[in-house]
Design a protein around this ligand. Structure first.
Ligand code: XMP
Length: 540
């Protein structure tokens, strides 16, 4: 258990629960998300949270057996904040009354939309609110310090049911047009409950509310990357002892930070294996090898297996077949090179917190596989190795901060995510060396443009897709018959949903001109403006 002050987020299945944890971590507060089914009285005693947040969720406290936390949560004598469904849970369990919203089918749809952070308008029926709403104050509450500098505060609502009567000890501190109990509190017990979602960006002052909550709960902000680094190194040391560790470097930020941290802990007993599948970006392999082997002196096997991958991918056009072929070869190749290290007992992986959080499934059924993601998840069983996962408690942005803390170059740490199957899934249709070269060069020009215009940090991911289409063009006095490429750039919080990045027309025209002029093999550039959903970020 971490030695830090701990906040417990009890998850009732909201789509945005992870954002609560992200906001708290940004405030220097260590918190963990646990599904309500796991939170028993015994768990609470062991976890000893210094404060608790009850998340939102799709259920109704009016249902037959609604998801509730154990009663003991209210006798921990710690501050509690209920959010949306969490507010209704708190009100119902403490003796107040909740009424069912009159939901039409239309409102139900809007609820789902709003839960996926895409709704912008207010709608629904009596007392239901979906999307933007405005709260007016009623009385003074320390939780709301810094709020109401304007007469109202914009918040983001997504509720059908609503509070109809407060439990003993509670009072109202904020109201909206349709929520007379938008902010309620029992200040004696430090129980706070809000009908809206303070954790989402659509509640612009939401972080301030969470900051007030953790301040009132006595958190000192002891969760820093410096402290995390020291503890992680110490933990690796203890877990690994005198054993050897291998680490699969992908060239991405997560595996690089994990490798650097393990190297700090055990030195040359770590060997990294970098499998170059021939599907990397321009100069990527050289950069990774240069940084790890030459600069950081980490023992590194550079396995250039590009010929193997490209020959196995010859003629493969189906996206799933591409992904599965790459996944299978990767495991084989990694296993071969790992065996050459000899005697390794551990495998270091850059698993992140979002991969570990057990989300609450109310449908119970398995979700549809949109794409078979390539990762090294199958490796530990195949290799019979124990795992070292020093980033299991971190979100992506925290990994970046840690990367900077341990001395990885900023330009490397801030790089956009890159998928395991690499350029294979950015080259629809058959993959050839010629196409990969064209794609690499176009991608390099595009990213250079984005950096020159100071846009790189505003974008979650930007890349070129080479289409399996040739079109006619004219250059100089001659006819060309070359490939078309598409420019993709999205904003996103976690890659689960994404919006198209709004480039200016001038930027797009300048970039298209540069690509057509500087990259031989491309004579036409198009712009992909699809959001996710309904599109996905990658094309395959
Ligand atoms: P999609 O295309 O599913 O992508 O919207 C969401 C995010 O995941 C990345 N991605 C992958 N990452 N292995 C990975 O490690 C994969 O197989 C893979 N496929 C997609 C994608 O780049 C985006 O950031």
């Amino acid at each position: 258990m971490t030695p830090h002050q701990r906040l417990l987020v009890i998850d009732f299945g909201s789509q945005v629960t992870q954002l609560i944890a992200r906001r708290l971590r940004e405030l220097g507060v260590y918190c963990e998300i646990h599904p309500y089914q796991h939170v028993t009285a015994g768990f609470l005693t062991e976890f000893t949270p210094q404060a608790v947040i009850l998340s939102g969720g799709p259920a109704s406290v009016m249902d037959g057996e609604p998801p509730f936390p154990p009663n003991e949560v209210f006798s921990l004598n710690v501050p509690i904040l209920g959010i949306c469904y969490g507010q209704q849970v708190m009100v119902k369990m403490l003796g107040g009354r909740v009424e069912r919203g009159q939901r039409t089918k239309d409102a139900e749809t809007r609820h789902q939309e709003a839960e996926s952070v895409s709704a912008t308008s207010t709608g629904g029926r009596v007392n239901s609110e979906f999307g933007r709403a405005y709260i007016a104050p009623k009385g003074v509450l320390p939780l709301l310090e810094g709020w109401f500098e304007e007469p109202t505060e914009q918040v983001w609502m997504s509720h059908g049911d609503h509070v109809a009567e407060l439990p003993p000890g509670f009072e109202v501190y904020g109201v909206s047009a349709k929520a007379p109990y938008a902010i309620v509190a029992d200040t004696k017990r430090s129980f706070f409950a809000v009908q809206f979602h303070p954790e989402v960006h659509h509640t612009p002052n939401g972080k301030r509310l969470l900051q007030n909550f953790v301040r009132l709960s006595g958190f000192t902000g002891d969760w820093t990357m410096g402290a995390y680094r020291d503890e992680a190194v110490e933990k690796i040391h203890r877990a690994v002892g005198d054993a050897k560790v291998i680490c699969g470097l992908s060239g991405g930020v997560d595996s690089s930070v994990a490798a650097k941290l393990v190297h700090e802990a055990i030195g040359d007993r770590l060997t990294c294996v970098f499998v170059d599948h021939g599907l990397l970006r321009l100069n990527e392999a050289e950069e990774v090898v240069g940084m790890f082997r030459d600069h950081f002196n980490v023992p590194l096997i550079h396995a250039d297996e590009s010929e193997l991958f490209l020959s196995e991918l010859r003629g493969v056009t189906n996206p799933e077949e591409k992904r599965k072929t790459i996944g299978r070869l990767f495991i084989d190749v990694f296993r071969k090179h790992a065996a050459a290290v000899g005697g390794a007992e551990f495998l270091a992986q850059g698993t992140l917190y979002p991969d570990v959080i057990e989300s609450v499934s109310f449908s119970g059924g398995p979700s549809v596989t949109i794409k078979s993601h390539h990762n090294v998840g199958g490796l530990p069983e195949q290799l019979g190795l124990k795992l070292v996962e020093p980033l299991r408690e971190l979100f992506k942005d925290e990994v970046r901060e840690l990367g900077r803390e341990i001395g990885l170059p900023g330009r490397f740490v801030d790089r956009h995510p890159f998928p395991g199957p690499g350029l294979a899934i950015r080259c629809p249709g058959e993959i050839t060396c010629e196409k990969l070269d064209i794609l690499r060069n176009a991608d390099a020009v595009y990213i250079d443009q984005i950096r020159r215009h100071g846009l790189y940090e505003q974008i979650w991911q930007a890349f070129v897709v080479l289409l399996p289409v040739r079109t006619v063009g004219v250059m100089g006095d001659g006819r060309t018959y070359d490939y078309v490429c598409a420019l993709r750039a999205v904003t996103s919080v976690d890659g689960m949903t994404a919006d198209c990045f709004p480039f200016s027309h001038e930027f797009l025209c300048e970039t298209a001109t540069r690509i057509v002029n500087e990259v031989s093999g491309i004579n036409r550039v198009v712009h992909d403006v699809t959001s996710k959903p309904p599109g996905t970020i990658e094309w395959e």
